[in-house]
Design a protein around this ligand. Structure first.
Ligand code: SF4
Ligand code: SF4
Length: 356
């Protein structure tokens, strides 16, 4: 299900620095509520699991709708861990909706069948929450190998439940996106034909429907970087990403319009920078005159967005950023091809998220 991409603008030197990026208008606030999860997938880039205790505090949660209103942010993207396990999850969803934002739930699907979560699907439907769920393959073996025994069947049960509520059904207005990522150090195949194949197999074999598929490249950071280093494939993968760089994708990378908030309320340019602990600084955040996104200064907090507009600020780019612009491009809302042209550089808020 994976392939390398051959039709791209080649990067002639592998020592080039990633091009500078500046922020546009902020349309999406992506919030990580903490690392507690009902699963403990081997590939999990935040090391989430049932025993993790990190959780966003109430005072930080209460800032979120205020920031949405203060900055006119149109999309609240909620992730974790399993964000639904946070006791404040449902109140946050309601507050986001009341603030006029579209809300995305990064749902691992198995949470829908956890004790105490029986009414989660109905709650999400009632609040018109968009569900973005990882299903890295439509074959049981591949999913269970990456996410744990039994996860494929429980994921299908979750999809069945969501379909029954109207999710993914034409004209229901309830959107259900699936997320694919390759199993190894290769670029994902083109998104459209892969989506068609998912649609065919899930409908034919399981009677399931969904709104769309996001195909994401794997970032060579944290656990995946360690795996590639151990297998001697890291350098080849990094070279692949650089060589498949397409400058056109720079216009649509998610950091142009998204800010990522960690469970402690600190701000980052994107989820990947959050995982690398590349925090934003208060000085750099509101400074359209800032010449580089190199960090340093006072760590920026969610509350800083009450009075600072990050538009024009420099993004902290580094080598991992080639993973966003290689081939068809990759954001947590899937391939980037054509998005900038389609939207005049302003991505629709539903095309921003990252999967579990
Ligand atoms: S990794 Fe983050 S900062 Fe780098 S280009 Fe991608 S979205 Fe932007
Ligand atoms: S990958 Fe997602 S579902 Fe799996 S442990 Fe991490 S947060 Fe939980």
């Amino acid at each position: 299900m994976t392939t390398t991409v051959s039709s791209a603008t080649p990067v002639t030197s592998t020592s080039l620095a990633f091009p500078a990026i500046r922020r546009g208008s902020l349309t999406t606030l992506q919030v990580n509520l903490g690392y507690r999860c009902n699963q403990s997938c081997s590939h999990c880039h935040v090391g989430a699991g049932p025993s993790r205790t990190e959780m966003m505090e109430q005072a930080t949660l209460e800032l979120i709708p205020r920031v949405l209103l203060a900055r006119g942010i149109s999309c609240l993207d909620i992730t974790g861990g399993a964000p639904e396990l946070h006791p404040g999850f449902r109140d946050l969803v309601r507050a986001g909706r009341q603030a006029g934002a579209a809300v995305i739930d990064r749902c691992n699907l198995t949470i829908l069948s956890e004790p105490g979560q029986e009414d989660l699907g109905s709650f999400l439907a009632q609040e018109r929450v968009t569900v973005v769920a990882s299903l890295p393959c439509y074959l049981q073996d591949n999913v269970d190998r990456q996410r744990g025994d039994g996860v494929f069947e429980r994921s299908l049960a979750g999809l069945r439940q969501l379909n029954a509520l109207g999710y993914g059904q034409a004209d229901s207005g309830l959107e259900l996106y699936l997320v694919f990522n390759p199993q190894g150090p290769v670029l994902p195949p083109p998104q459209a034909p892969l989506e068609a194949e998912y649609r065919r197999v899930l409908a034919q074999d399981h009677g399931l429907v969904f709104t769309g598929l996001y195909a994401l490249a794997n970032m060579p950071i944290r656990r995946f970087e360690a795996v590639l280093r151990a297998s001697g494939e890291l350098e080849a993968y990094q070279t692949l990403l650089r060589r498949q760089h397409r400058a056109a994708n720079l216009e649509a990378v998610m950091c142009r319009h998204l800010i990522s908030v960690d469970w402690q309320g600190r701000l980052h340019d994107c989820d990947f920078n959050q995982m690398l602990d590349f925090g934003l600084s208060r000085e750099g955040l509101g400074a359209s005159t800032s010449s580089e996104g190199s960090g340093g200064g006072t760590p920026a907090h969610l509350r800083d967005l009450l009075d600072l507009d990050p538009a024009g600020a420099a993004v902290r780019v580094a080598d991992h950023c080639w993973g966003c612009t290689a081939g068809s491009g990759s954001s947590c809302g899937g391939a980037l091809d054509g998005q900038a042209e389609d939207s005049g550089g302003k991505l629709p808020s539903m095309r921003q998220p990252i999967g579990h």
